[in-house]
Design a protein around this ligand. Structure first.
Ligand code: SAH
Length: 249
């Protein structure tokens, strides 16, 4: 799996509380992110940030401080702005889970910026219009604004979940009798048909399947067994059970 961290930056615009910068560094490191850009922070470096970073000092120490948003975005191929509320000019907006595939796809090819606003009034309309897309965490509409570091946490968690899911899919493709690596060959059409006929006979014999009132029973059972992608051993086991049921009478 590709490590997206080198291609992804968290950009904080004019953060007022240094403690939030520390908490963001911690949230980022927890989720495997490293690149923190600070646009015109009120106070940085600061002891408060170090205290709240709780060991994520490498992220704080390597933070890049710039004076304009332009500088933080110049080399980026994709810019995602974040907003707690709708703005005057509607913009393509998605939730963090929807945004994650786009972010990960682009992070394989170029730099991606996730931009977060001021604690007091978020990002300006002009700043938001610099972003290709907006991400909104679907909070309670009557109380929609998260703490800055918590917003970073939620979005970077979604990125991590998708990264891990992709990693799992690469390492352990879902096994089924249809895929290579299964221990027994898949049942053929002929074998499944043989089983279904056998099943029908036994169901008639035990009085469960009444041919004068079939109720689509065999259609439903066919759908069930076709859906499960039986292998040859499983068909043999099922037929063995049917034979044993017959032998009891
Ligand atoms: N009062 C501000 C919110 C500031 S919260 C406003 O109304 O815009 C600080 C930052 O946290 C926001 O700029 C945004 O980057 C992020 N944030 C907070 N809540 C969010 C949410 N529900 N969805 C996306 N980002 C959010």
């Amino acid at each position: 799996m590709n490590d997206i961290a080198p291609h992804l930056r968290i950009v904080l615009v004019e953060t007022t509380h240094a403690g939030n910068i520390g908490a963001v560094a911690r949230a980022m490191k927890n989720m495997g992110l490293r690149n923190l850009w600070l646009v015109n922070p009120r106070s940085f470096p600061s002891e408060e940030a170090v205290a709240r970073a709780s060991g994520a000092l490498d992220v704080l120490d390597s933070a890049i401080v710039v004076s304009t948003l332009d500088e933080a975005l110049a080399d980026c191929a994709l810019v995602m702005g974040t907003s707690a509320r709708g703005r005057k000019v509607p913009w393509p907006v998605m939730n963090p889970r929807e945004a994650a595939p786009q972010v990960l796809a682009m992070a394989g090819q170029g730099q991606v910026a996730l931009v977060f606003g001021r604690e007091s009034n978020g990002l300006s309309n002009e700043e938001l219009q610099r972003c290709h897309y907006h991400i909104h965490i679907p909070t309670n509409p009557d109380y929609s604004s998260l703490n800055l570091a918590m917003a970073v946490q939620v979005i970077s968690y979604e990125l991590r979940m998708l990264t891990l899911a992709q990693q799992d899919a690469e390492q352990a493709p879902l096994l089924s009798p249809d895929s290579s690596g299964w221990d027994v060959p898949p049942a053929t059409v002929e074998q499944l048909e043989g089983f279904l006929q056998h099943l029908e006979q036994v169901l008639v014999e035990v009085g469960f399947h009444r041919q004068d009132n079939p109720r689509q029973l065999m259609t439903r059972l066919r759908r069930l067994f076709q859906r499960t992608r039986l292998d040859q051993m499983e068909v043999n086991i099922l037929r063995g059970i049917l034979t044993a049921v017959r032998g009891r009478k």
